[in-house]
Design a protein around this ligand. Sequence first.
Ligand code: AMP
Ligand code: ZN
Length: 467
Amino acid sequence: MSLQLYNTLTGKKEEFRPIKDGEVGLYTCGPTVYNYAHIGNLRSYVFADVLKRTLRYNGYKVKHVLNITDVGHLTSDDDNGDDKMIKALKREGKPFTFVAMQEIARKYETAFTEDLQALNIELPDVMPRASDNIAEDIEIVQKLLEKGIAYKISDGIYFDTAKFPSYGTRGGFKLGDLKDGARVAVNAEKKNPRDFSLWKFSTTDLGWDFPPYGKGFPGWHIECSAMSRKYLGQPFDIHTGGIDHIPTHHQNEIAQSEAAYDMPLANVWMHNEFVNMGEAKMAKSGDNFITLQTLRDKGIHPLAYRYYLLGASYRTPIDLNHEALKAAQNTYFDLLRTIASLEAGGTPSSSYIGRFSIALGDDLNTAEAVSLVYAILGDVEHLSSADKRATIFDFDKVLGLDIENQSKKLVEEMNAIPDDIKKLASAREDARKAKDFKKSDELRDQIAKEGFEIMDTDSGSIVRKKL
Ligand code: AMP
Ligand code: ZN
């Protein structure tokens, strides 16, 4: 089946061709573990997971690497600001020691892994930590120094963009002109305002030794160049990340890796759009910091968030809307209940599988793929109840909505609802039918006080224990 993917490098959708027959190397820029991931960040990993599952559905064996940045990422993507990990030490009132930094990193790494699991994102094959791969960073920097493509100034070692003529010129990586004075003032010692740091010299006791330069830290970009090359080889097939990584982080990864080894780093570069909150950017601090736990606190199941994300192309920005998210959750639970009522023992429909593969093959059109689930449920002419179930379970290998387990769980939960709550729910249903909304709301509140919630779906209401 043809698989067309949008490649930022060329600015086009292209037929995917692996480097090695039947195998794909996939690298995803992972989190900087100085805080919890917000649900915008998590969109990047749902996207990478759907991509990986689609590749596998198409018969490829996938090796997925997702790094953990536990050192070296400054508050700005450029060379400004504090190290994000140092910022976390200050925020959490910890001493400026390597041990304390690692403690913070491990805490948020664990939370991140739990988020992945809650979203039914398959854990990557390798999750290398930047701090475990410093020698590999140094090797690339050394190579660039030997080739005369990197130079040393007082605060670190920099990449000389003038020595890499295609910098900022390709496809979606094209850069506009620098505004007068932009970035220049930041570091007057740089040869070119766009030159970026590969290695920063340490101003404290923290850091790794890079003889003869003394102690320092790798730049964030070099870490991804080094870890992707180490675990997938160079070149590898697909590199993913959020769109904010295009102009700086990925641009710089490409420049330093290509310049050092005279070959591409990755053949296909894919980027997911953002989850926004109206005009505001989702940030890792302040009111716009929405984590998976924030969603749970508002009664949204993590998999309902996954379902919500699948309703849009990964290349479309999503404006987070609580009402739409609630509606998506109702539809998701309705789907689970419907599927629980289907019979077991069927065979997946090859015609629907064909349509599903075409939808995904069109640059992962998940919205169309999900709509096929409903086409199946409505198809009384061609499919038996059991075949519907079997086909939807087959689709779920890619959608990752954990349909089989979650529908069983929902039925168990619904069966375990105490009789008095069932009675209240049924009285509420009657009040709703009689359009006595005052009474219906009162009953809903009473049910909520008892720790249960009612979801009104197309096929009737569902009562569930609150999250
Ligand atoms: P970070 O932990 O900040 O390095 O970001 C982790 C991933 O989330 C990166 O791939 C970012 O590009 C991506 N990202 C950051 N903010 C958003 C957002 N609001 N929506 C979607 N992806 C995002
Ligand atoms: Zn990266």
